[in-house]
Design a protein around this ligand. Structure first.
Ligand SMILES: *Cc1c(COP(=O)(O)O)cnc(C)c1O
Length: 393
Protein backbone atom coordinates (compact mmCIF):
# COMPACT_ATOMS: atom_id res chain seq x y z
CA UNK A 1 0.00 0.00 0.00
CA UNK A 2 1.13 3.49 -0.81
CA UNK A 3 -0.13 6.47 1.13
CA UNK A 4 1.77 9.23 -0.66
CA UNK A 5 0.22 11.64 -3.16
CA UNK A 6 0.66 10.80 -6.82
CA UNK A 7 1.95 13.29 -9.38
CA UNK A 8 -1.47 14.89 -9.72
CA UNK A 9 -1.86 15.30 -6.01
CA UNK A 10 -4.24 12.40 -5.42
CA UNK A 11 -4.37 9.90 -2.59
CA UNK A 12 -6.25 7.13 -4.41
CA UNK A 13 -9.53 8.76 -5.45
CA UNK A 14 -9.13 11.87 -3.30
CA UNK A 15 -7.18 15.10 -3.49
CA UNK A 16 -6.24 17.11 -6.56
CA UNK A 17 -6.27 20.86 -7.06
CA UNK A 18 -9.60 22.44 -7.92
CA UNK A 19 -8.88 26.16 -7.97
CA UNK A 20 -10.21 29.18 -9.84
CA UNK A 21 -8.46 30.03 -13.10
CA UNK A 22 -6.74 33.10 -11.61
CA UNK A 23 -4.92 31.02 -9.00
CA UNK A 24 -3.87 28.28 -11.40
CA UNK A 25 -0.51 29.84 -12.15
CA UNK A 26 0.40 30.28 -8.46
CA UNK A 27 -0.66 26.75 -7.56
CA UNK A 28 1.17 25.22 -10.52
CA UNK A 29 4.34 27.07 -9.56
CA UNK A 30 4.08 25.83 -6.00
CA UNK A 31 3.42 22.27 -7.20
CA UNK A 32 6.49 22.41 -9.41
CA UNK A 33 8.82 23.89 -6.81
CA UNK A 34 7.86 22.76 -3.31
CA UNK A 35 9.68 19.42 -3.26
CA UNK A 36 12.91 20.86 -4.60
CA UNK A 37 12.80 23.71 -2.06
CA UNK A 38 12.08 21.28 0.80
CA UNK A 39 15.17 19.30 -0.14
CA UNK A 40 17.56 22.27 -0.28
CA UNK A 41 20.21 21.84 2.46
CA UNK A 42 19.74 25.54 3.36
CA UNK A 43 16.04 25.13 3.83
CA UNK A 44 16.45 22.00 5.91
CA UNK A 45 19.10 23.58 8.11
CA UNK A 46 17.01 26.70 8.78
CA UNK A 47 13.91 24.62 9.49
CA UNK A 48 15.80 22.30 11.85
CA UNK A 49 17.32 25.22 13.74
CA UNK A 50 13.96 26.95 14.23
CA UNK A 51 12.20 23.73 15.25
CA UNK A 52 14.89 23.13 17.86
CA UNK A 53 15.54 26.57 19.32
CA UNK A 54 12.30 28.43 18.64
CA UNK A 55 9.59 25.77 18.81
CA UNK A 56 11.38 23.66 21.42
CA UNK A 57 11.70 20.34 19.59
CA UNK A 58 12.05 17.46 20.04
CA UNK A 59 8.96 17.41 22.23
CA UNK A 60 9.09 14.71 24.92
CA UNK A 61 7.52 11.27 24.50
CA UNK A 62 6.30 10.93 28.06
CA UNK A 63 5.48 7.58 29.69
CA UNK A 64 2.25 8.36 31.55
CA UNK A 65 2.53 6.04 34.52
CA UNK A 66 -0.78 6.85 36.16
CA UNK A 67 -2.76 6.66 32.93
CA UNK A 68 -1.00 3.38 32.14
CA UNK A 69 -2.04 1.93 35.49
CA UNK A 70 -5.61 3.05 35.02
CA UNK A 71 -5.92 1.50 31.55
CA UNK A 72 -3.61 -1.51 32.13
CA UNK A 73 -1.51 -0.79 29.05
CA UNK A 74 1.59 1.29 28.27
CA UNK A 75 0.46 4.82 27.46
CA UNK A 76 2.89 7.36 26.06
CA UNK A 77 1.97 10.99 25.42
CA UNK A 78 3.65 12.85 22.55
CA UNK A 79 3.86 16.32 24.08
CA UNK A 80 2.99 18.70 21.21
CA UNK A 81 1.32 20.77 23.93
CA UNK A 82 4.82 21.91 24.90
CA UNK A 83 5.53 23.54 21.52
CA UNK A 84 5.86 27.33 21.41
CA UNK A 85 2.32 28.79 21.09
CA UNK A 86 0.85 25.67 22.68
CA UNK A 87 0.15 23.24 19.87
CA UNK A 88 1.53 21.41 16.84
CA UNK A 89 0.33 24.10 14.41
CA UNK A 90 3.60 26.03 14.61
CA UNK A 91 5.55 23.14 12.99
CA UNK A 92 3.60 23.84 9.81
CA UNK A 93 3.61 27.65 9.87
CA UNK A 94 7.40 27.67 10.31
CA UNK A 95 7.73 25.46 7.24
CA UNK A 96 5.33 27.50 5.13
CA UNK A 97 6.84 30.86 5.96
CA UNK A 98 10.26 29.56 4.93
CA UNK A 99 8.63 28.32 1.72
CA UNK A 100 7.06 31.77 1.16
CA UNK A 101 10.47 33.39 1.60
CA UNK A 102 12.11 31.06 -0.93
CA UNK A 103 9.34 31.90 -3.42
CA UNK A 104 10.06 35.61 -3.03
CA UNK A 105 6.78 36.54 -1.29
CA UNK A 106 6.70 39.20 1.42
CA UNK A 107 3.05 39.14 2.44
CA UNK A 108 1.09 36.40 4.15
CA UNK A 109 -2.63 35.75 4.21
CA UNK A 110 -4.40 33.07 6.25
CA UNK A 111 -7.80 32.23 7.61
CA UNK A 112 -8.54 31.05 11.10
CA UNK A 113 -11.53 29.52 12.86
CA UNK A 114 -10.83 29.31 16.56
CA UNK A 115 -7.76 31.47 16.15
CA UNK A 116 -5.06 28.85 16.79
CA UNK A 117 -3.78 28.79 13.22
CA UNK A 118 -4.04 32.58 13.11
CA UNK A 119 -1.84 32.88 16.18
CA UNK A 120 0.71 30.39 14.81
CA UNK A 121 0.79 32.33 11.52
CA UNK A 122 1.05 35.76 13.18
CA UNK A 123 3.91 34.38 15.28
CA UNK A 124 6.07 33.33 12.33
CA UNK A 125 5.23 36.53 10.44
CA UNK A 126 6.56 38.55 13.38
CA UNK A 127 9.66 36.37 13.43
CA UNK A 128 10.29 36.79 9.69
CA UNK A 129 9.13 40.41 9.45
CA UNK A 130 6.37 39.71 6.95
CA UNK A 131 3.06 41.52 6.58
CA UNK A 132 0.29 39.34 7.99
CA UNK A 133 -3.43 39.52 7.24
CA UNK A 134 -5.72 37.05 9.01
CA UNK A 135 -9.36 36.61 8.04
CA UNK A 136 -11.65 35.45 10.82
CA UNK A 137 -15.43 35.17 10.99
CA UNK A 138 -16.93 38.12 12.88
CA UNK A 139 -18.75 35.72 15.21
CA UNK A 140 -15.54 33.75 15.86
CA UNK A 141 -13.76 37.02 16.70
CA UNK A 142 -16.27 37.57 19.50
CA UNK A 143 -16.08 33.98 20.74
CA UNK A 144 -12.28 33.79 20.62
CA UNK A 145 -11.33 37.28 21.78
CA UNK A 146 -8.08 36.22 23.54
CA UNK A 147 -6.68 34.82 20.29
CA UNK A 148 -7.65 38.00 18.44
CA UNK A 149 -5.68 39.93 21.06
CA UNK A 150 -2.69 37.61 20.61
CA UNK A 151 -2.68 38.11 16.84
CA UNK A 152 -2.85 41.89 17.28
CA UNK A 153 0.00 41.84 19.83
CA UNK A 154 2.07 39.95 17.27
CA UNK A 155 1.45 42.64 14.67
CA UNK A 156 -1.12 40.92 12.47
CA UNK A 157 -4.10 42.66 10.94
CA UNK A 158 -7.25 40.69 11.77
CA UNK A 159 -10.06 41.25 9.25
CA UNK A 160 -13.61 40.27 10.13
CA UNK A 161 -15.54 38.14 7.64
CA UNK A 162 -19.05 39.56 7.82
CA UNK A 163 -20.98 37.39 5.34
CA UNK A 164 -23.11 34.29 5.98
CA UNK A 165 -22.69 32.55 9.32
CA UNK A 166 -19.60 34.72 10.05
CA UNK A 167 -17.43 31.71 10.92
CA UNK A 168 -14.64 29.64 9.34
CA UNK A 169 -16.23 29.05 5.93
CA UNK A 170 -16.68 32.79 5.32
CA UNK A 171 -13.13 33.43 6.54
CA UNK A 172 -11.80 30.90 4.01
CA UNK A 173 -13.84 32.52 1.23
CA UNK A 174 -12.50 35.98 2.02
CA UNK A 175 -8.90 34.84 2.46
CA UNK A 176 -9.11 33.12 -0.94
CA UNK A 177 -10.57 36.27 -2.46
CA UNK A 178 -7.69 38.26 -0.99
CA UNK A 179 -5.20 35.82 -2.52
CA UNK A 180 -6.97 36.00 -5.89
CA UNK A 181 -6.61 39.78 -5.81
CA UNK A 182 -2.96 39.69 -4.69
CA UNK A 183 -1.42 36.57 -6.22
CA UNK A 184 2.02 37.98 -6.96
CA UNK A 185 3.33 39.16 -3.61
CA UNK A 186 1.14 37.10 -1.24
CA UNK A 187 1.54 33.54 0.05
CA UNK A 188 -1.46 31.71 1.50
CA UNK A 189 -0.56 29.72 4.64
CA UNK A 190 -3.08 26.89 5.09
CA UNK A 191 -3.41 25.47 8.60
CA UNK A 192 -4.11 21.78 8.04
CA UNK A 193 -3.71 18.96 5.52
CA UNK A 194 -6.53 20.41 3.42
CA UNK A 195 -6.81 22.60 0.33
CA UNK A 196 -5.55 22.10 -3.23
CA UNK A 197 -2.45 20.03 -4.00
CA UNK A 198 0.35 20.53 -2.92
CA UNK A 199 -0.91 21.88 0.42
CA UNK A 200 -2.02 18.54 1.97
CA UNK A 201 1.30 16.90 1.12
CA UNK A 202 3.37 19.95 2.07
CA UNK A 203 1.68 20.29 5.47
CA UNK A 204 2.02 16.51 6.03
CA UNK A 205 5.76 16.76 5.43
CA UNK A 206 6.13 19.70 7.82
CA UNK A 207 4.21 17.85 10.54
CA UNK A 208 5.97 14.53 9.91
CA UNK A 209 8.67 15.61 12.36
CA UNK A 210 6.29 14.31 15.05
CA UNK A 211 6.45 10.67 13.96
CA UNK A 212 10.14 10.93 13.06
CA UNK A 213 10.78 11.83 16.69
CA UNK A 214 8.44 9.12 18.04
CA UNK A 215 10.40 6.46 16.11
CA UNK A 216 13.71 7.52 17.66
CA UNK A 217 12.29 8.07 21.14
CA UNK A 218 10.65 4.63 21.22
CA UNK A 219 13.99 2.98 20.46
CA UNK A 220 15.39 4.56 23.61
CA UNK A 221 12.32 3.92 25.75
CA UNK A 222 11.12 0.52 24.54
CA UNK A 223 13.96 -0.87 22.44
CA UNK A 224 11.83 -0.81 19.28
CA UNK A 225 10.86 1.85 16.79
CA UNK A 226 7.24 0.82 16.20
CA UNK A 227 4.38 1.34 18.65
CA UNK A 228 1.33 -0.95 18.60
CA UNK A 229 -1.14 1.92 18.34
CA UNK A 230 -1.14 5.65 17.71
CA UNK A 231 -4.19 7.72 18.60
CA UNK A 232 -4.83 11.26 17.39
CA UNK A 233 -7.75 13.65 17.00
CA UNK A 234 -8.73 14.91 13.55
CA UNK A 235 -10.17 18.27 12.61
CA UNK A 236 -8.54 18.75 9.21
CA UNK A 237 -5.99 16.05 10.00
CA UNK A 238 -2.62 17.75 10.45
CA UNK A 239 -1.59 16.58 13.93
CA UNK A 240 -2.77 13.04 13.14
CA UNK A 241 -0.85 13.03 9.86
CA UNK A 242 2.26 14.19 11.68
CA UNK A 243 1.92 11.43 14.25
CA UNK A 244 1.06 8.71 11.68
CA UNK A 245 3.36 9.72 8.83
CA UNK A 246 6.29 7.31 9.28
CA UNK A 247 3.98 4.47 10.33
CA UNK A 248 1.43 4.56 7.51
CA UNK A 249 3.16 1.77 5.60
CA UNK A 250 3.83 -0.29 8.76
CA UNK A 251 0.68 -2.38 8.83
CA UNK A 252 1.39 -3.73 12.34
CA UNK A 253 0.89 -0.23 13.76
CA UNK A 254 -2.78 0.40 14.52
CA UNK A 255 -3.84 3.95 13.66
CA UNK A 256 -6.85 5.34 15.48
CA UNK A 257 -8.59 8.64 14.76
CA UNK A 258 -10.87 10.46 17.19
CA UNK A 259 -13.37 12.75 15.49
CA UNK A 260 -15.54 15.33 17.17
CA UNK A 261 -18.77 13.44 17.76
CA UNK A 262 -20.39 16.56 19.24
CA UNK A 263 -23.78 15.75 20.72
CA UNK A 264 -24.05 12.41 18.90
CA UNK A 265 -24.09 11.08 15.35
CA UNK A 266 -27.80 11.68 14.74
CA UNK A 267 -28.12 14.90 16.73
CA UNK A 268 -27.39 17.16 13.76
CA UNK A 269 -24.67 18.67 15.95
CA UNK A 270 -21.53 16.76 15.13
CA UNK A 271 -18.24 16.87 13.22
CA UNK A 272 -17.94 13.12 12.57
CA UNK A 273 -16.99 13.34 8.88
CA UNK A 274 -15.99 9.68 8.46
CA UNK A 275 -19.48 8.57 9.48
CA UNK A 276 -21.61 11.23 7.79
CA UNK A 277 -19.46 12.69 5.01
CA UNK A 278 -20.04 12.30 1.28
CA UNK A 279 -17.70 12.76 -1.67
CA UNK A 280 -17.34 16.27 -3.03
CA UNK A 281 -14.99 19.19 -3.59
CA UNK A 282 -14.21 21.20 -0.47
CA UNK A 283 -11.63 23.98 -0.26
CA UNK A 284 -9.92 22.96 -3.49
CA UNK A 285 -9.67 19.19 -3.14
CA UNK A 286 -11.86 16.13 -3.51
CA UNK A 287 -12.60 14.65 -0.10
CA UNK A 288 -15.38 13.62 2.25
CA UNK A 289 -17.47 16.26 3.95
CA UNK A 290 -20.87 16.60 5.55
CA UNK A 291 -23.34 18.04 3.04
CA UNK A 292 -26.89 19.25 2.72
CA UNK A 293 -29.22 18.01 -0.05
CA UNK A 294 -27.64 20.39 -2.53
CA UNK A 295 -24.14 19.13 -1.79
CA UNK A 296 -23.12 22.26 0.11
CA UNK A 297 -21.05 21.90 3.29
CA UNK A 298 -23.15 21.98 6.46
CA UNK A 299 -21.95 23.66 9.60
CA UNK A 300 -20.11 21.23 11.85
CA UNK A 301 -20.35 21.24 15.62
CA UNK A 302 -18.01 20.04 18.36
CA UNK A 303 -17.37 21.43 21.83
CA UNK A 304 -13.80 21.79 20.62
CA UNK A 305 -13.33 24.68 18.20
CA UNK A 306 -10.41 22.95 16.45
CA UNK A 307 -12.51 19.92 15.47
CA UNK A 308 -15.66 21.60 14.18
CA UNK A 309 -14.80 21.38 10.49
CA UNK A 310 -17.33 19.72 8.14
CA UNK A 311 -14.68 17.69 6.29
CA UNK A 312 -11.12 16.46 6.57
CA UNK A 313 -8.08 16.29 4.32
CA UNK A 314 -8.08 13.97 1.28
CA UNK A 315 -5.59 11.57 2.90
CA UNK A 316 -8.28 10.69 5.47
CA UNK A 317 -10.91 10.03 2.80
CA UNK A 318 -8.38 7.64 1.24
CA UNK A 319 -7.40 6.00 4.55
CA UNK A 320 -11.07 5.37 5.20
CA UNK A 321 -11.65 3.91 1.75
CA UNK A 322 -8.75 1.45 2.08
CA UNK A 323 -9.59 0.77 5.72
CA UNK A 324 -6.13 1.67 7.06
CA UNK A 325 -7.42 3.74 9.99
CA UNK A 326 -10.05 3.09 12.63
CA UNK A 327 -12.35 6.08 13.11
CA UNK A 328 -14.18 6.72 16.38
CA UNK A 329 -16.64 9.54 17.03
CA UNK A 330 -16.01 10.90 20.52
CA UNK A 331 -18.86 12.97 21.86
CA UNK A 332 -18.46 16.16 23.87
CA UNK A 333 -19.08 14.61 27.27
CA UNK A 334 -16.59 11.78 26.80
CA UNK A 335 -13.92 14.24 25.67
CA UNK A 336 -14.50 16.62 28.59
CA UNK A 337 -14.28 13.76 31.11
CA UNK A 338 -11.07 12.47 29.52
CA UNK A 339 -9.61 15.99 29.65
CA UNK A 340 -10.38 16.34 33.34
CA UNK A 341 -9.03 12.86 34.03
CA UNK A 342 -5.66 13.80 32.50
CA UNK A 343 -5.47 16.88 34.74
CA UNK A 344 -6.10 14.80 37.85
CA UNK A 345 -3.94 11.80 36.92
CA UNK A 346 -0.93 13.38 35.27
CA UNK A 347 -1.08 17.09 36.08
CA UNK A 348 -1.46 18.02 32.41
CA UNK A 349 -4.33 20.20 31.13
CA UNK A 350 -4.92 19.11 27.52
CA UNK A 351 -6.60 21.06 24.72
CA UNK A 352 -10.18 19.83 24.33
CA UNK A 353 -9.21 18.64 20.83
CA UNK A 354 -6.52 16.39 22.33
CA UNK A 355 -8.94 15.22 25.03
CA UNK A 356 -10.93 13.54 22.23
CA UNK A 357 -7.88 11.36 21.50
CA UNK A 358 -7.48 10.56 25.21
CA UNK A 359 -11.12 9.46 25.39
CA UNK A 360 -10.30 6.59 23.02
CA UNK A 361 -8.59 4.89 25.99
CA UNK A 362 -12.04 4.52 27.56
CA UNK A 363 -13.55 3.09 24.39
CA UNK A 364 -11.02 0.49 23.36
CA UNK A 365 -9.29 -2.26 25.33
CA UNK A 366 -5.54 -2.63 24.84
CA UNK A 367 -3.24 -5.44 25.98
CA UNK A 368 -0.93 -4.87 28.98
CA UNK A 369 2.12 -5.18 26.71
CA UNK A 370 0.79 -2.80 24.02
CA UNK A 371 2.66 0.44 23.46
CA UNK A 372 -0.03 3.06 22.86
CA UNK A 373 1.03 6.56 21.82
CA UNK A 374 -1.51 9.36 22.21
CA UNK A 375 -0.66 12.54 20.31
CA UNK A 376 -1.32 15.37 22.74
CA UNK A 377 -1.81 18.01 20.05
CA UNK A 378 -2.12 21.04 22.31
CA UNK A 379 -2.44 22.50 25.77
CA UNK A 380 -5.68 23.51 27.42
CA UNK A 381 -4.95 27.10 28.47
CA UNK A 382 -7.18 28.37 25.67
CA UNK A 383 -9.99 26.08 26.89
CA UNK A 384 -10.05 26.96 30.58
CA UNK A 385 -13.27 28.93 30.30
CA UNK A 386 -14.95 26.03 28.51
CA UNK A 387 -13.73 23.49 31.06
CA UNK A 388 -14.67 25.50 34.14
CA UNK A 389 -18.13 26.31 32.75
CA UNK A 390 -18.73 22.67 31.82
CA UNK A 391 -17.64 21.29 35.20
CA UNK A 392 -19.11 24.25 37.17
CA UNK A 393 -15.75 24.83 38.89
C1 LIG B 1 -6.20 23.03 15.29
C2 LIG B 1 -6.04 21.97 16.31
C3 LIG B 1 -6.43 20.64 16.06
C4 LIG B 1 -7.14 20.20 14.81
O1 LIG B 1 -6.44 20.38 13.62
P1 LIG B 1 -5.71 19.18 12.86
O2 LIG B 1 -5.29 19.78 11.58
O3 LIG B 1 -6.72 18.08 12.69
O4 LIG B 1 -4.58 18.75 13.70
C5 LIG B 1 -6.19 19.69 17.04
N1 LIG B 1 -5.62 20.03 18.23
C6 LIG B 1 -5.25 21.29 18.50
C7 LIG B 1 -4.62 21.59 19.82
C8 LIG B 1 -5.45 22.31 17.56
O5 LIG B 1 -5.07 23.57 17.84
Amino acid sequence: MNYQVDLNGFYGNYGGAFVPEVLQEQITRLQEQYLAILQEPDFQAEMARLLADYVGRPTPLYYAKNLSEKYQTKVYLKREDLCHTGAHKINNTIGQILMAKRLGKNKIVAETGAGQHGVATATVCALMDMECIIYMGALDMERQAPNVARMKMLGAEVRAAQSGAKTLKEAVDEALLHWIENPDDTFYIIGSVVGPHPYPDMVARFQSVISAEITKQLVDLEGRSLPDYIIACVGGGSNATGAFYHFLEEETVGLIVAEGGGKGLDSGQTAATSFLGKDGILHGSKTLFMQDKKGLPVEAYSISAGLDYPGFGPLYAHLKEVNRVEFLAIDDDAAMQAGLALCKLEGIIPAIESAHALAVLDKKKFKPTDVVVVNLSGRGDKDLHNYTTYFKL
